[in-house]
Design a binder for this molecule. Structure first.
Ligand code: GRF
Length: 216
């Protein structure tokens, strides 16, 4: 009998295109056991429903403060018993109890070449800064926003006529390749984080592995 596949919980707040890409690539590599959201009307929940994947919400407004919401999310995670958590457009800072519910096993995808442009509105900010290269990074989640060690990064060359919208489209297309790739590595036991250091195939990763747009 084959060993059970690693159990993945996806958390998202929005459109869910990265969730869709993760689900498309899951076959034989990992099992997406549930999707959670902080928003009742998030499209990612409809996508989960369509795929027959269990989904749930833990909505901040239902709790007196940030800490209580964090505790409730941690309880929902513990009930799901995931091996890995993949944040896919989850628009909240992950709190300490949530982090403790899956220690060193939470991934995020951020639409910039971290450590550049943490936070929101990355495509517009990249254009305004006049950068030559832009992209997206899959990284481990640590307490500080968008600051955990990088695993895999996809890079594009900004064109003269790019707008925030064209950059978003180009970046998301790359994300739909690199996120399943990185999650597959984690599920296969090839990637891990120890003491805030990422490791790949038993070697420390001092910077994320990088691929270019035409290779994604
Ligand atoms: C992606 O660009 C991701 O990098 C960022 O949020 C966006 C989510 O898009 N964290 P989607 O909901 O997966 O379509």
């Amino acid at each position: 009998m084959n060993a059970p596949l690693p159990r993945i919980l996806v958390l998202g707040s929005g459109a869910g295109s990265n969730f869709e890409a993760l689900a498309e690539a899951a076959d034989g590599r990992y099992d997406i056991i549930a999707v959670g959201s902080d928003k009742v009307d998030a499209k990612i929940l409809e996508r989960a429903e369509r795929r027959g994947i269990r989904h749930f919400t833990v909505v901040p407004g239902d709790y007196p403060d940030r800490r209580a919401h964090d505790g409730a999310l941690a309880a929902a995670i513990e009930a799901s018993q995931p091996d890995w958590i993949a944040l896919a457009g989850y628009m909240r800072l992950v709190g300490p109890e949530t982090l403790a519910a899956a220690p060193s096993r939470i991934l995020n995808i951020h639409p910039a070449l971290l450590p550049a442009f943490t936070g929101l509105d990355t495509h517009r900010r990249a254009l305004e800064a006049g950068v030559r290269e832009h992209g997206s990074t899959v990284h481990f989640v640590t307490p500080e926003l968008d600051a955990g060690p990088g695993i895999l990064q996809a890079r594009l060359i900004v064109k003269a006529d790019d707008t925030p919208e064209t950059l978003e489209t180009r970046v998301k297309t790359m994300e739909h390749t690199i996120y399943p790739q990185a999650l597959g590595w984690c599920a296969a036991g090839r990637v891990a984080m120890h003491e805030d250091q990422a490791w790949f195939d038993g070697q420390p990763l001092d910077r994320p592995i990088t691929v270019d747009e035409h290779d994604t």
